[in-house]
Ligand binder design. Structure first.
Ligand code: TYD
Length: 134
């Protein structure tokens, strides 16, 4: 089973550039509580390797590319994020990592919760326990 759920945003391109937009609760399937972004990534750097208990996110790569790996405890999938108008939905309780960042990557996440360290599961065995006990 593929865990990949992409969100294609409108893209309006002309000689002035390309404009995309996203609205909460329509393009983004939850009310947005937070955004965060990652820049200045070393070539082939990796981040993430955690799951969230409650947070849903949509990930975007506005420039460059990054490989997103997803794991629900049974199935694994991966998706190369490389287009500024294509987002990847990561629901809660999905182990995920962002890998092979290009040096020029501009990575954006829109999230359904405010930041809380208590929402993170950072150990893979804890993740497997969490999803099987629920
Ligand atoms: P983290 O999500 O752990 O990033 P990664 O898994 O890629 O290493 O975040 C790194 C640090 O940034 C962490 O110590 C907490 C802080 N942080 C916030 O304060 N607010 C946020 O919204 C996020 C995403 C991270």
């Amino acid at each position: 089973m593929s865990l990949i759920e992409t969100i294609n945003l409108p893209i309006l391109s002309d000689e002035r550039g390309s404009l995309s937009f996203a609205e909460a609760s329509s393009h983004i399937p939850f009310p947005i509580k937070r955004i965060f972004y990652i820049t200045n990534t070393p070539e082939n750097g990796n981040r993430g390797f955690h799951a969230h208990k409650a947070t849903h996110q949509v990930l975007f790569c506005l420039h460059g590319s990054v490989l997103i790996k997803l794991d629900d405890g049974i199935n694994k999938s991966e998706f190369l994020l490389s287009k500024p108008n294509v987002g990847l939905l990561i629901r809660n309780k999905i182990w995920h990592s962002m890998e092979n960042f290009t040096k020029d990557c501009v990575f954006l996440s829109v999230a359904s919760t405010h930041y809380s360290e208590k929402d993170y599961i950072r150990n893979y065995d804890d993740f497997l326990n969490f999803i099987t006990k629920k």
